[in-house]
Structure formats: C-alpha cells, structure tokens
Ligand binder design. Sequence first.
Ligand SMILES: [Zn+2]
Length: 267
Amino acid sequence: MAQLLGRSPSTISRELRRNVCAGSYASAPAQRMCHQRRLASRPLPKLHSQGCLWFVVSTMLTWRWSPQQIARTLRRMHPQDSSLHISHESIYTAMFRAARVHRSIALEADARHLVTDVWTSVGVVVGIAAVALTGWLWLDAVVAIGVVLNIVREGWHLIWRSSQGLMDEAVEPEVLADIERILAGFAHRRGDVSIIRFDHIATRRSGQRRFVDLHLHMPASWTLGRAAALRGDVEQALMSAVPGLRATIELLPSDVEAHFNGPKDLI
Ligand SMILES: [Zn+2]
C-alpha cells in the first residue's frame, strides 16, 4: 500500500493506528478526527467565546462600556479573583477574533471604533501636554489633524472591507490552502497516471458564506455509487475543515474535460 501511494510504510501504519473509527478506516472520519485533535491541542484563551468571563465582558460591551472601563471595573470588584482579571488589550484581541470567526464586519467595526477612541483620547492628552510644555498653540492643531486622519483612515478601511463583502471575492489565502490540502489528501496517482484529480477550483465568498466549485476526475469505469461515495467523502472533509463552506463538485471521467467551465469560457 505504501509503495502504491508513494509514502513510507510507517506513515501509513501511524495513520491507520490513530484514525481507525469503529474498527475500520475511512477518509472522511479520519480527516474529522485529525481536525478535532488539532483543535484540542490548542490551549483555550482566557476570553474564549464559551467562557463565563466572555459572557460578563460581552454584556458590559453591550452597555457601551469601553474595554478599559471593563478591565478596571472587574479588577476593582474582584481584587482576589485573578480568573476575572483581564487586560483591555485582551478584550480588543477577543473582539477582533470573534469578528474573524463569525466573519462579522459589524463586530470588527465596533472593535475598530473602540481602538480609534483610545487613540483619540491619547491624542488629546498628548496635545494638551505638548502645548503646556512648549507653549506652542499650533501643536494642538497638529495633534488634532493626526487624530482626524486616523479616524478617516479607519473609516475608509471599514467602508472598503464592507463593500468587498457585497461583491463576490475569492476566499482568504489560508482557507484556500486548507481546501487544497484536503483535496491533495484525496488525489491519487499511480506512476505518471492520475487516478483521482481535482481541477477548475473556483472559490468565492459572499457575506458570511464561502463557496467552492470544482471538478473531480475519476476512472470512467467506476460505478455511479462509488463515484457518489467519494464525492460525499470529499464534501464532508471540506465542510469539516472549513465550517460553513458549500462545495459544488462536478464528477467527470479522468480523460474528459467539461466543455463549459463558467463565464470565462464565453470570452
Ligand atoms: Zn476538469
């Protein structure tokens, strides 16, 4: 088997030892188990979305409290309980992480808004201190222009990102790398001949959803049942690696290419 797949025998036996499910080996459950093991090996951050502290912090955020206020209040209310102590930087990081996980531009906008507020406050303090120290009144105006430019920059960045969300755009490079890794796990060659191959991979995202269209080429002698089973395995592996992904897989024999592969063929 190792010779056929071009891998070392120890790799194959390790894969079988680790990923046998209910007494037999199948690619989709193996992929799922590997994914779960990888998640379990990462330590949870203090502010993870299932934790009690996140519940407290997110409630305070809905009251429009700033991360600095939340961090200070929790420390004052529970001086002995270090499990409730959190820095405001960790709250910003958790907000950006939640925005990324939920792919929510609104959440990201809220986090950026709070960060901008912090820089505005820093600018005001620096402006007043600089004028007091030097006596140069124009310094106040220069700092104010810097603060405004920062707000405009953040605002423009958010408008740009939101407009991209309204248009079809390819998935993020790391998601594409995940998709390609899964497909490479299913691709199969015998010598120079590819038995199973994937091509015409096209991805797009629309708001929170991600889509992938691709061809799955396989031997023409396969039965429809066998082909459909493989397609099911590939779909499941893709969806467990990239949550929320919708895969459209066209089945084709190895030596046949689809005549029409999308709008670009019309040009
Ligand atoms: Zn193809």
